[in-house]
Ligand binder design. Structure first.
Ligand SMILES: Cc1cc2nc3c(=O)[nH]c(=O)nc-3n(C[C@H](O)[C@H](O)[C@H](O)COP(=O)(O)OP(=O)(O)OC[C@H]3O[C@@H](n4cnc5c(N)ncnc54)[C@H](O)[C@@H]3O)c2cc1C
Length: 435
């Protein structure tokens, strides 16, 4: 594996031959397959291109427009969300949608059409993209927006980097009264209580999220901690230091005992018991990016790496699929640190392949234990499929072509926009045979 290029799960997948892009119009190699690589925060193989060229976009790092009056930001695709926040938060603007880490690039946010804790009111990141430039392997450059080349826009938002290289994008920011969030916390004893809390909080809280103890069994199955947040008024806009670099780093691959059931159950149980119901004011940093405080935390899963399994299931079954999924995970004893549970609302995602759709989304980490882990995923897949749900490509390293086709009803249309020179390890596994 090329040093420094890997997926976040640190699974043993070759990266591809890296090519550092410094300029938007740098020449692209004439041979081999191509794939843009942002900051490698995708958990699986969608950001890797073994046997081909990996276009490292981090050198495309310039801001080209910041309208402080209207909250419009244009930047090259390799700019990190963290860099944007340092610029915009002190001026009173925040990202319209942000995932649980700020160490991803603008191009990566668009290519996976990422979601945040405010999906029920803001939808996905792609809904806030005003325009982007797409560079094809032919040298053609297309400016795409909801009005200009709208079909290319829809294919590129959530397009997994397969339509070409995004060189720059312009987004609409959201105004914020301060750099703080008023957070209400409550514990819940199971899935039914989570649903009741979540559904009651969505109308009054811009941000909602829950952490679930995925190792708890029996009457504790599905217990967790729910948080609802709103931007706090009457507080300062200062963004430092919590939006800077991580304060701590994991300096080595963790030993196997750390991931034993006893250690993990103790950690999850402690987290659950320590959570106190009530309201407090918290800086944006720890509220939106709790894991960013520890650099390279993915090393906690040891040398074999780990998988994340993220699915969405419809709300209509009243949580039956969620209960079944959590029951299977708890009985397997393979779950790990806290799992994340969130609601997706009804605002349509703009991308042909965007993952978010109305429902509840559950994300769980699993240490890579080889075949037993993969066998567990197959059991979970059956529940997701029976419920009419879907898996998230950004977190995946093993879904099948049949599953991918089932989850993406507009795949046939999407295939027409794939650049013939662009590919990824993920795409070679899941693409339809005739493409
Ligand atoms: C701790 C953590 C929390 C997370 N939380 C969330 C969450 O809450 N919600 C969510 O949606 N996701 C979440 N993610 C996943 C992450 O947001 C996505 O995987 C994101 O796409 C990673 O961006 P990246 O810049 O690292 O891109 P990479 O992972 O390097 O690449 C991702 C995809 O984008 C493509 N790409 C990158 N740059 C370009 C470009 N310039 N042009 C064309 N294609 C490009 C790549 O080819 C690849 O297909 C989380 C990840 C981590 C590690």
């Amino acid at each position: 594996m090329a040093a420094g290029y890997t997926c976040w799960g640190r699974l043993p997948i070759a990266a591809g031959e890296p090519l550092r892009l410094r300029w938007r119009d740098a020449a692209l190699p004439d041979e081999g397959t191509l794939l843009a690589h942002g900051n490698g925060r995708s958990y699986g193989d969608s950001c890797l291109n073994p046997g081909g060229v990996l276009l490292d976009t981090r050198g495309l790092d310039r801001f080209t427009r910041f309208d402080r009056e209207r909250g419009i930001l244009r930047a090259e695709a390799g700019v990190l969300l963290a860099d944007m926040l340092r610029l915009t938060v002190p001026a009173g603007w925040f990202l319209p949608v942000t995932p649980g880490t700020r160490f991803i690039t603008l191009g990566g946010a668009i290519a996976n059409d990422v979601h945040g804790k405010n999906h029920h009111v803001a939808g996905t990141f792609g809904r806030h993209v005003r325009a982007l430039e797409l560079r094809r392997s032919t040298g053609e450059r297309l400016t795409c927006s909801p009005d200009q080349n709208p079909d290319w826009f829809a294919a590129t938002i959530g397009g997994l980097g397969l339509t070409g290289l995004i060189t720059w994008a312009e987004i609409a920011l959201k105004p914020i009264p301060s750099a703080y969030v008023a957070v209400e916390t409550a514990r819940f004893g199971g899935v039914d209580q989570f649903i009741a809390l979540n559904d009651a909080s969505e109308p009054s809280h811009e941000y909602t999220v829950a952490w679930v103890d995925c190792l708890a069994r029996g009457r504790n199955l599905g217990r967790g901690v729910f948080m609802g947040g709103n931007h706090a008024r009457h507080m300062a806009r200062t963004a430092a230091p919590p939006l800077g670099d991580p304060a701590l780093r994991v300096p080595f691959d963790a030993p196997a005992w750390l991931l034993g059931r006893a250690t993990l159950s103790a950690f999850n149980g402690l987290y659950y018991r320590r959570a106190r119901a009530g309201t407090r004011v918290q800086h944006l940093g720890p509220f939106f990016y709790p894991l960013d405080g520890i650099g390279q935390w993915n090393r906690l899963y040891g040398r074999r790496g780990f998988y994340q399994y993220q699915c969405v299931v419809p709300r209509a079954d009243g949580g039956a699929a969620l209960k079944e999924l959590l029951g299977i995970v708890a009985a397997s004893g393979q779950g790990s640190f806290l799992a994340v549970l969130k609601g997706f609302g009804g605002l349509p995602s703009p991308g042909l392949l965007s993952f978010p759709r109305p429902g509840y989304t559950l994300a769980l980490d699993f240490p890579n234990r080889g075949r037993s882990t993969l066998a567990l995923f197959e059991r979970l897949d059956r529940v997701v499929e029976a419920a009419g749900g879907a898996l998230y490509p950004a977190k995946d390293a093993r879904m099948t072509a049949a599953g991918f086709a089932r989850y993406h009803p507009r795949l046939e249309t999407f295939v027409r926009f794939v650049d013939p020179r662009f590919s990824s390890a993920f795409w070679r596994r899941v693409r339809p045979e005739e493409s």
